[in-house]
Write a protein that binds this ligand. Structure first.
Ligand SMILES: [Ca+2]
Ligand SMILES: [Ca+2]
Length: 234
């Protein structure tokens, strides 16, 4: 066996070991969370999936492979609920279709009447939780009628409604800083009825802001629903 062949074999064995071990590590984390009496899985109601449409014709090195499995339970401190329901929403520009209040109305259907559409370019929507919360997860459904990838998704939490001070980025898929909010390390992903769960790691804040910059199907920015799982601070 040549040296290069041997090192390649070692690499292959290592890669296989990593593949085999990662679900075990994941399951161990989940088991530890399940055993913690202070934690419980958050309850997420999913809308019905959309079947049909055309396959997506898009690839980038930053695109996460499509995953058809159910999302594993997400553990958060007991008492964590969707604190965004029916909370006020503002945006960078007025929607061209739908109303902002639909983003927190609990309706997550894929059909167009459930959709809020903002114009092209870098646009944001912002949920006001009306007081400071410890935030464990943010769930976003942009538009799940068919397979779309939204560009430059940046999610932020702050106590400043203008997002000038004390801003924490909890997601950033903008690898080339084209949105001007900094270079992100997070993945692009294909929309589906499960929505995207962003781990907010207990960051505290009153406002949650979500940016995007068009998508693979058209230049517009869409939201069907945003949920924020948290607990109000005293
Ligand atoms: Ca909605
Ligand atoms: Ca970008």
């Amino acid at each position: 066996m040549t040296t290069s062949l041997r090192s390649r074999t070692v690499l292959l064995v290592l890669a296989a070991a990593c593949l085999l071990l990662s679900p075990v590590v994941f399951a161990a984390d989940e088991a530890a969370a399940a055993a913690d009496p202070n934690l419980a899985p958050i309850e997420i109601e999913l809308p019905e999936p959309f079947f049909g449409g055309t396959p997506i014709d898009y690839w980038s090195p930053n695109l996460e492979p499509e995953d058809f499995r159910d999302r594993p339970p997400f553990y958060a401190p007991k008492g964590t609920v969707n604190v965004a329901l029916n909370k006020p929403v503002s945006s960078s520009v007025p929607p061209v279709h739908g109303e902002l209040k639909q983003i927190t109305d609990g309706d997550k259907h894929y059909a167009r009447p459930s959709l809020v559409e903002l114009p092209d370019g870098v646009q944001w929507v912002q949920v006001d939780l009306e007081k400071e919360h410890d935030i464990y997860a943010v769930l976003v459904w942009h538009f799940h009628e068919g397979k779309r990838v939204y560009f430059d998704i940046v999610a932020q939490v702050s106590n400043d409604p203008e997002f000038n001070d004390g801003v924490t980025n909890i997601y950033n898929s903008d690898h080339d800083n084209s949105a001007g909010l900094g270079v992100g390390q997070d993945k692009e992903f294909i929309e589906n009825n499960r929505g995207r769960l962003i781990d907010a790691e207990g960051v505290s804040g009153r406002y949650v802001r979500l940016y995007s910059n068009g998508n693979t199907a058209d230049d517009f920015n869409h939201y069907v629903e945003v949920e924020v799982y948290g607990i109000a601070k005293d």
